[in-house]
Design a protein around this ligand. Sequence first.
Ligand SMILES: [Zn+2]
Length: 107
Amino acid sequence: MPKAAWRQKIDGRWWRFVLATRGAVGKEYRKAHPQDKSGDPFDGFCHSAKRTIYICDDLPPDATELVALHEVVHARVWDLDEETVTELAESQHEATRRLRKRQRQNE
Ligand SMILES: [Zn+2]
């Protein structure tokens, strides 16, 4: 597994962010969830026991940002349902995307 791309605090605790191949991210997920046989590809995975967020390194920048936001919500509120996590991440992503666009127009 590659080294952490960076570390940051979430809710006062240090978390590692790892950019890794899709296969490596899937492997980490399957190790943590051996009962899940879905085999779906994962864009990201929040491993709460390891306080590590894995993000696939084959995504375009915009999708990478959305995955990072999504996994940070999981890290902070681990028992939140998937639908709400997705909605929060997408809302934040949309707001920051529009803010950046506006800031570029004002340059
Ligand atoms: Zn999720």
